[in-house]
Design a protein around this ligand. Sequence first.
Ligand code: GRF
Length: 188
Amino acid sequence: MKNIAIFASGNGSNALRLIEHFRNHAAIKVSCVITNNPNAGVIQKAKDNKIPYYLFTKQQFNDSETLPSLLKELKTDFIVLAGFLLLVHTSIIHEYNDKIINIHPSLLPKYGGKGMYGDNVHKAVLAAGEKETGVTVHLVNEEFDKGEILGKEVIQIDKNETLETLKVKIHEAEHRLLPKIVEKTILN
Ligand code: GRF
């Protein structure tokens, strides 16, 4: 059995999709949810689904022991960043080389990098008058949003698209793409 630790800072709709997708999976299990945000919706979703969750401060995320030892204790094989807003410590990036998967709400390399998270991404896409955008699932390395791309889904932008309508479409695409690519990557 391969164990996934999900890191999430927000609502956790992607985390929930992963939890549901792997609930009765023969080879992959979501073993925990780890968050930095005491108000994150993902905490309730973990509780509802009886997935152990851990809340750490930013400081704890920044030290090189707390998290690595927990991940080891939980026999973590893969980490999925599902809306996780802090940087992952380099010790974890090295330990989990090619085993950290992230989702980004644009077609990388476009609209990636520093400051490109959440609504900033969609606002920049709309301001640029793009005809399409999408979702990218990729491996994490030490540079923002620059690891190997594992999968993409393209979304057409309508003439009267707004931030709100685009966010809904992006989330729907994320929910379709992330579980599929995570499963494929782990079983590969
Ligand atoms: C997603 O749009 C993801 O791409 C971004 O953060 C958002 C998280 O949404 N990095 P949720 O918490 O999974 O609902």
